[in-house]
Design a protein. Structure first.
Length: 322
């Protein structure tokens, strides 16, 4: 094929050869060069944005691996949180019940973990949400672990002192007589014999003869052995671990303030002193300053049948003897 170009001349009905000038050649070169630059640039941009360089491929692979490891770490945190939650449940509902101590408050277990800008350093990361979530959970987990460590230290101390605690608990009745029907008035709201109104009776009244023996229900220290208002002649014993017992309306003492006593030791004798209508022993158990039902602490010297009888009798409305 000829490389020359011709054009038709109608005037003389002939084809004339087109002569290409230098200017036209330059224009043609520039035109094709421009097209080449445009397509070359477009190709370069496509390659830049759609095709990774070897280094970018390595970085992309490392980023994917890091994200995978972060998610694996997140799953491991889930497992650790479940394990810690189980330990916390056992601590509150088993160990602390055994040692009769209050569970740790939830706000202490959770604790605080920093201000609002604590995790701002992750704002410019591609996985900022995941990184922030993991950092928050680690902080919370750290606080919970610290609280649990402190709790276990306390439980350990309680375990060391378990024998002393078990000996100190007011775990028997304050009189040697085993007939539960000698309890004249139980714990709870009862009619006051003096004012004839319903009033909280914070102990148990044992109907007994003057002079019968009264015994300490657990090891402890006598903090009071004297007259005390409506209690008449009374004895207070501090057993430690938050427990105090009170023995009221006595006729005589067998101990004095400051004496250390053992469970089963004779501490005094039944009487009819103070605000009392007839000879009896008024007995109270207090835990952390609050009166509690003494029959819940008679587990060392009564049978299940006797305990059931006590519960049934305690539901019957009666009049207190003091």
């Amino acid at each position: 094929m000829s490389k020359h170009k011709f054009r038709y001349n109608p005037a003389n009905l002939t084809y004339e050869k087109i002569e290409t000038g230098v200017r036209q050649i330059i224009n043609n070169v520039l035109f094709y060069l421009s097209i080449a630059i445009v397509f070359g640039g477009a190709g370069a941009l496509i390659a830049f944005y759609l095709v990774d360089s070897p280094r970018e491929k390595i970085l992309r692979k490392e980023l994917n691996r890091t994200e995978f490891e972060l998610r694996m770490f997140n799953d491991k945190l889930n497992e650790l949180e479940e394990i810690l939650a189980d330990i916390e449940y056992r601590d509150d509902n088993i160990y602390r019940i055994i040692f009769e101590t209050e569970p740790i408050a939830s706000d202490i277990r959770q604790g605080g973990y920093g201000g609002t800008n604590r995790y701002s350093k992750y704002e410019n990361y591609e996985n900022k949400e995941l990184l922030t979530d993991i950092a928050q959970r680690i902080d919370i987990l750290t606080g919970r672990l610290y609280a649990q460590t402190t709790s276990l230290d306390e439980i350990y101390e309680l375990a060391i002192n378990k024998e002393q605690m078990l000996n100190s608990l007011p775990a028997i009745r304050p009189v040697r007589e085993t007939d539960v029907r000698r309890i004249a008035s139980h714990f709870g709201y009862r009619t006051d014999p003096f004012y004839k109104v319903r009033k909280m009776h914070e102990g148990i009244d044992f109907s007994m003869a003057v002079g019968e023996e009264i015994i300490a229900t657990g090891d402890g220290v006598v903090t009071l052995a004297s007259k005390n208002g409506g209690y008449g002649n009374c004895i207070f014993i501090d057993h430690g671990f938050g427990y105090v017992t009170r023995y009221a309306h006595l006729s005589a003492y067998n101990v004095k303030k400051g004496d250390k006593v053992k469970r089963g030791q004779i501490i005094g004798y039944v009487g009819n002193t103070g605000k009392s209508t007839s000879p009896h022993l008024h007995y109270e158990v207090r835990k952390n300053g609050k009166a509690v039902n003494p029959i819940n602490y008679f587990y060392n010297d009564i049978t299940p049948e006797e305990y059931e009888t006590m519960l049934q009798l305690s539901e019957i409305p009666t009049q207190t003897m003091d």
